[in-house]
Design a protein around this ligand. Sequence first.
Ligand SMILES: CCCCCC/C=C/CC(=O)SCCNC(=O)CCNC(=O)[C@H](O)C(C)(C)COP(=O)(O)OP(=O)(O)OC[C@H]1O[C@@H](n2cnc3c(N)ncnc32)[C@H](O)[C@@H]1OP(=O)(O)O
Length: 708
Amino acid sequence: MAQFSLVSASVGLITLQNPPVNALSAVLRQGIVDAVEKALCDPKVKSVVICGQNGIFCGGADIREFGTNMRGPPLIPMIHAIESANKPMVAAIEGSALGGGLELALGCHYRIAHSQARLGLPEVTLGLLPAAGGSQRLPRLIGVPAALNLITTGRHVTAAEALQLGIVDQVTDHNTVDAAVKFSQSVAGQSLDGRRISTYPCPVQPNLDAFFEEAMLKVRQSARGAIAPVACVQAVRAAATLPYAQGMKREKELMATLFTSGQARALQYCFFAQRAVGRWSTPSGGRWDTSKPRPVHTAAVIGLGTMGRGITVALAQTGLSVVAVETQVKQLTEAKQAVSGMLERGATRRGAAPTPDRITYSENIQAVAGADLVIEAVFEDMALKEKVFRQLSDVCKPGALLCTNTSALDIDHLASQTRNPELVVGMHFFAPAHVMKLLEVVYGPRSSSQAVATAMQLGKKMGKISVAVGNCRGFVGNRMLKPYLEQAFFLLEEGATPELVDRALEDFGFPMGVFKVSDLSGLDVGWRVRKADGMVESGLSTGPSARIRQGRRYSPLGDLLCEQGRFGQKTGRGWYLYDKPGGRVSKSDPWLHSFLEEYRVQQGLVARRVDQQEVLERCLFALINEGFQILEEGIAAGPEDIDAIYVFGYGWPRHRGGPMFYAGMVGLAKVMERLDHYHQAHPDEPSLQPCSLLRRLVASGKKLHSQL
Ligand SMILES: CCCCCC/C=C/CC(=O)SCCNC(=O)CCNC(=O)[C@H](O)C(C)(C)COP(=O)(O)OP(=O)(O)OC[C@H]1O[C@@H](n2cnc3c(N)ncnc32)[C@H](O)[C@@H]1OP(=O)(O)O
C-alpha cells in the first residue's frame, strides 16, 4: 500500500496507494513505516519524496477505522520518524493534503504543492482535532492566529494561500513529483536542523491571554454547543504556551475527550450521509448507477422572483447558458440588475473573475424553446403552475426536462398537464437558492429514472447536496416541519413564550428558533398555505371547538397575527418586534405577551410552566415521528436522506447528526415513550402518536443506523 522505488539514482520515492483518497489505513501506515525505514537504510538514497497515487496526496486518517479496534502503527511515531530522519524528506502534494495527510506533510522537511492542490486540517468538522501533531506544528510554522483560523474552521486553503501562509515551500504548475524529486536533490546533504517544525519556537503572540479569551468567546458563539472547536482552541493555546512535548501531551488528552464522543460519531455519520445520498434509488427501480443523465447545455428559469433569481445565479455559476424568463417587465428589469449583482459579489467572494454573462433574458416563454431543462419558479399557486406547465409542454423541444421549484405542491398533478409526464420532476431549492446547499429532487410516480438522474447531476454541478425524494405534500423537509411548527404554536397556547421556545431550540444548536425563522421567512407564507387548505377562519371564535379544525387540534395564533398585519421582519412586527420594517434584530414584544395572555383567557386556557425539555421533546420528537412515517411510506429511501435534508437545508445542528440519527442517539424506545406520554395528554394531536415503523423498530430492538 506504500510503494518504494529509487528514482534519479539517489531519490527514494514513496507512493501512497490506497484508493480512492489514500486514506491512512492501518495497512498504509504500516507500508509507510516500512518504506521510510527502507529509504533511510539504503545508502544509495540521499533524499526522499513522499507522494500519493492518482493525483491525490492523502485524504487523512481513514475515517472508517474510527470507532473500530484500531490496529497498525500509530500516526504520531510514524510522523516523528519522518521528521527525525537524517535525509531530506519532501512531500509532493497533488490534489488534497487533508487532516492526517497534511500532518504527515508537516512532518516532512519540505513541502512542494501543485497549484491546484488544497490543504487543510478539517478534523474539527468530524468532531476531532488534528491530533497527530497538527495542532502543535501548524502554529509553530505559520503563527498562532493563522493556525487557529485553519484548525477551528477546518477550511481548505489553495496552494497559493498555503504558500503565502508558509505552509508549503514551493508551488508548481508542472509535474509535482518531478519538481519534488529535483528539489530533494538540490537540498540533499544540507543540514536539516532548521527544518524540523517541532523544534521551532511558537511565534510570540502579543497579549496572549486576551487573544485566546477573545478567540474562545467567538468560537463558543459560532460552535453552538459543538465541543471540538473549543478543544481546538485549547490545543492551539497549548502550542503557544508549552514546550512541544508537553503540547503533544495536551493534544492527546484533548483528543481523548473528543474521539469517543457522541458529537464525533454524529459528525462522521454526516460526512458519510452527505456522500450516501448521491447513491439514490427510487421505489420503481431507478438507481444512480444504472440511470444515465441527459446532457444539459442550456437551462431555463421561468419566473424571476427571489427564488428564480437565485436559481439563475446558481445555474450561471456552473457555466451553463441560461435563459431567464419573466413576463412582468418591471420585475424583469429588477431581476437583471439583482442577478448581475449577485454574480459579481459571488465572484469577488471566491476571488474569481466574474462568470461570463451567458444569461439571456426574455419576457416571452417561447424563449425557452431550445433549453434542455426548464425550472419553473413562478408564484406558489397551482392554477398558475398548471398553466405554465401546459405552455412548456407546447413550447419546449422534445426530450426537454420540465422541473418545478414548488416547495409542496403535487408533482404528479403538474406532470399530468404535459405531454411527457416522465420528463417532469421537482427541483426544490432553498432560499437563497445560490447559497443554500440543499436541493430536494422530487420524483413523481411517472418521472423517468433518467429525469431523476439528470436533475441529480445538475444539482451536483451546482455544488448542491441533492437528495432524491418521493412526491407528497411538502416532500420531506417541509412535511416534517409541519408537526414541529404545530407543536411550537400549541406550546404558546399552553403557557410558553416565543422567547422560551426559541431559546430551547437555539441551546440545542439551531442557528435560530422556530419563531425567529418564521419572522424571517414571513408569517404570511404559512397563512396563505393554511388558507388554501381551508384551515383559516377569520376572527377569533371561542371554546375548544374553535381550536379544532378538520378533526384535530389547531392553533389560530399565526392567523391572528397575520390579521393584525404582523408578517414578521418585513413589517417590523411578528412574534418579535423589530426597529423598522425590514429590521433584523429581534426584541421581545410586550404587546405579543399581552396578546397571548388575552388569547388564553378568551379561550379558557390556563397557562402552565413549560420547560426547555418539553419544548425539545414536543417539537423535535413530533418532527422525528413524521420522519419515521416518511420512511415507512418510502418517500425517503433511508434515514441518511432525511438527515442530510435537515442538516443542509433546515439548520439542524450537524454535531447532532440529523433528526433520525439524533433519535437513535436518544434511543428509539425513549422517543416512543415520550411521544406516547404526550399523545395521552393531547389525544387530538395525531402527530404525537408514534407511527407504526417506530413501534416496530422498538419492539424488535432494531436500530435505524448501523453506527449506533
Ligand atoms: C486517538 C488518536 C487517533 C489519532 C487519529 C488521527 C486522526 C487524524 C485526523 C484525520 O485525518 S481525520 C480525516 C481528515 N480528512 C478529511 O476530513 C478529508 C475527508 N475527505 C474529503 O474531504 C474528500 O473526500 C476529498 C479527500 C477532498 C476527496 O473529495 P472527492 O469529492 O474527490 O471524493 P469523495 O466523494 O469525498 O470521497 C471519495 C470516497 O472516499 C471516501 N473518503 C474520503 N476521505 C476519506 C477518509 N479520510 N477516510 C475514509 N474514507 C474517505 C469517501 O467517503 C468516498 O467514499 P464513499 O463510499 O462514496 O463514501
